[in-house]
Design a protein. Structure first.
Length: 454
């Protein structure tokens, strides 16, 4: 059974600890009526994700709520079994083995969670809590025990020493969790996680529930522990200021995909994916001089049951690519969708930016036509709002013209569909799923057609 342990490859700092390839996790959607209405489609929580986690690093996973961060992390650890893909831990393929076979490896992989209270059994004393993983894995091993010490005494000594290591006191051994503050409880969780001497700790929003003043102290302790014990952290957080502070590398997730990955400084200083840019722009900045080029993210995250074709971010993307910028063949035009099958998209850059803004605004109904104005006044209002007074010429202009007619006739849905089908759906962003561009020398890579290889 413990054969797998003997197969583990030794790793040094910087070596690959986890190798994740094509990892996919779908959930069956709700049972019953809803499922039958939707044809029982799957929730595509994580879809074809590949990356490495390196020994000794802190890799942060960021993204909006529901984008699949926790599912990805749990699937890496095989707490959820993947729908497809591979996870190699120190050379061992985890997905091929049963839970029972993986059990001896689990002492190497521990977790701490957002709510330090919820993970501590209020009826157990601190000592029992910290020793619990050691008991589960029958640790310390005989050879790790001082001469003559019973296993029980050795556990007790290790628990007390770990309490000190995480910044608590040995005397707390006999206390109960409710006697501690939030920050102290998270330290208890750290002591428990470390008790089996792991090399990897999944930290799922570990400081989000703590006061800001306490967050930095706990993060500093985590940093010291990482150094002292050679730990690798996968750090899930929605708080980008915390991520900037703790992470060596950042993976940005959107709707089940990792859209950008790179060293923290590179991602923060030179974000490439429009989603990463929007996320960073959403961080409140105290310095108003830095807020010039902000593109706050708007619209809702689409459902992971029916994610958009092509790039999953394209329905909210401020940088949707002009259909005319890409050849017909590459765009893979879908005639069944097109309202207008345009032979050429003859828009210049400014006209495309105007058109894109118009398509998005109609889609979201984010403007109103002047009340009690006649048709030509309504038309003029739209043209001045979006096209600086005159709509583009050519085939694209005819489609826009038609859409404005529909708006004037108060047919918003029909105008939105026409614009989507004529422009958004004909972009390469809708037709083709972006494959991650090759990483640059620092390992920075991004999955966006703006960075596709020609
Ligand atoms: N057991 C499940 N059954 C069905 N759908 C699930 C299940 N667990 C998660 N999901 C769905 O999978 C998607 C990803 O969820 P996940 O919790 O991984 O996201 P997250 O980024 O960690 O979000 P948060 O930051 O809110 O924790 C969501 O749409 C969620 O509703």
């Amino acid at each position: 059974m413990s054969d797998l342990v003997s197969e583990l490859r030794p790793v040094d700092d910087g070596d690959v600890l986890f190798e994740i390839d094509g990892l996919t996790k779908y959930f069956r959607s709700e049972s019953g009526l809803l499922a039958s209405l939707r044809g029982g489609d799957d929730v595509e929580a994580v879809d074809d994700v590949s990356f490495d986690i390196r020994a000794g690093e802190t890799l942060a996973l960021v993204g909006e709520s529901g984008c699949g961060k926790s599912t990805l992390a749990r699937t890496v650890l095989q707490l959820l079994r993947p729908t497809a893909g591979s996870v190699r831990y120190r050379g061992v393929e985890l997905t091929e083995h049963s839970d029972a076979a993986l059990r001896p490896l689990r002492r190497n992989m521990q977790m701490i969670f957002q709510d330090p209270q919820a993970s501590l059994d209020p009826r157990m004393k601190v000592g029992q809590i910290v020793e619990e993983p050691m008991r589960a894995h029958d640790l310390p091993a005989d050879e790790a025990r001082p001469d003559g010490a019973s296993k029980r005494a050795a556990r007790r000594e290790r628990a007390m020493s770990l309490l000190e290591t995480v910044g608590l006191k040995r005397e707390y051994y006999n206390r109960y969790p409710h006697e501690f503050s939030g920050g102290q409880r998270q330290r208890l969780n750290l002591a428990r996680a470390l008790s089996t001497n792991p090399d990897f700790v999944l930290c799922d929003e570990p400081v989000s529930a703590l006061d800001v003043s306490v967050q930095a102290q706990v993060l500093n302790t985590m940093d010291e522990l990482q150094e002292e014990f050679g730990l690798t952290y996968l750090f899930i957080s929605h708080d980008l200021s915390v991520v900037r502070y703790v992470a060596d590398r950042v993976a940005v997730m959107y709707l089940g995909h990792v859209v950008e990955l790179g060293e923290t400084q590179a991602v923060f200083d030179d974000p490439r994916h429009p989603y990463t840019k929007a996320l960073l722009d959403a961080i409140p900045v105290p310095d108003p001089r830095r807020s010039t080029d902000r593109t706050p993210i708007d619209g809702d995250v689409p459902s992971p049951i029916d994610p958009p074709s092509g790039c999953r971010f394209r329905t909210r993307c401020p940088k949707l690519i002009d259909p005319g910028a890409v050849s017909f063949d590459e765009r893979n035009l879908d005639d069944s969708v097109a309202d207008y099958r345009l032979d050429t998209y003859d828009l210049d850059e400014i006209e495309w930016a105007d058109t894109r803004g118009f398509v998005r605004a109609v889609d979201r109904r984010s403007f109103a036509l002047p009340e009690s104005a006649d048709a030509s006044a309504c038309r003029a209002a739209v043209e001045s709002m979006f096209f600086d007074g005159s709509i583009p010429d050519g085939e694209a202009g005819s489609a826009i013209d038609d859409a404005i007619d529909r708006l004037v006739a108060d047919e918003w849905e029909s105008a939105a569909t026409l614009l989507r089908n004529t422009f958004s759906e004909q972009s390469i962003c809708a037709a083709v799923e972006p494959t991650p561009a090759p990483a640059d020398a620092s390992g920075h890579r991004v999955g966006c057609h703006l960075f596709r290889e020609e």
